[in-house]
Design a protein around this ligand. Sequence first.
Ligand code: TPP
Ligand code: SF4
Length: 300
Amino acid sequence: MIERLFKVNTEEYMLPGNRACQGCGLSLAYRYALKALRENTILTIPASCLTVLHGLYPTTSVAIPCLNCTFASTAASASGIVAGLSALNRSGITVVAVAGDGGTYDIGIQALSGAAERGTDFIFVCYDNEGYMNTGTQRSSATPMGALTTTTPLLTKQQNKKDMLKIMEAHDLPYLATTSPSYPIDLYDKFVKAKRIKGSRYLQISAPCPPGWGYPPKDTVKIGRLAVETGMVVLCEIEDGKFRLTGRSRSLAERGNRLPVSNYVERQGRFRKISEEQLSNLQRWVDNKWNEYLRRAEGS
Ligand SMILES: Cc1ncc(C[n+]2csc(CCOP(=O)(O)OP(=O)(O)O)c2C)c(N)n1
Ligand code: SF4
């Protein structure tokens, strides 16, 4: 592992002094993602915490060119950049769209599905903090069951999280992967791989968010690890249809020592009103997904 760390790009593309909150999981992940993507990259991002992190024109905390687009149009914006580069005969530049779960699972899904169906040569990255965090923690279709948000203030969210990976996999993409900033080498390697592959690639980052999830900023890495240890988040990749568990999720599968979901839930204020029934529903949902992943991993 130490030897592997020395192979990580030492350039920094996230400059000191960005405007994300203390302990932001997105900013940890983004630093490693940009190191893997390197200079010959153009970003496009919609309204989100990431826009705030990038900063206000004419200053920015990110040393990679970036186009701000409207909420629904992230993947369409990327398609336009790809077409523009092609018209100018510019090759060797990776176009990367990055959006939150609101901008991916909900508002950006139509443009994303269109670009993926056309096989647009780009990477779409969803950082999933499980809510509309920039505007004050509203519920999204990525919010897990039992979480409190400002639009589910009394009864918590009643529905399970949408399976966006499955939706994107149905587009027959050459590469899809899930990542977490608590496992930076796994994340870095997947971004390096995605950059080498052609066609539409989809990467999902589980991005813990201290104010939205209700835990102290110092615990972001711990919370991200617990998400994986309990199976709430599963680290995997799908390359040309071949499914693989990676990193910590693979070793959990081999050793069979996954933790109960309650270990994850009890550390976050957003779950303070989860009922016993919801907690057992959540555990059942995680168990079913996990078993499905195990079957796929065994069959591949
Ligand atoms: C069409 C449109 N609707 C609403 C907004 C207001 N808005 C700006 S950022 C944001 C939340 C974005 O949520 P998400 O995509 O999950 O990213 P996060 O804020 O969590 O980083 C909203 C609702 C907007 N800018 N444009
Ligand atoms: S609200 Fe959450 S996702 Fe947004 S900048 Fe703060 S910690 Fe990061």
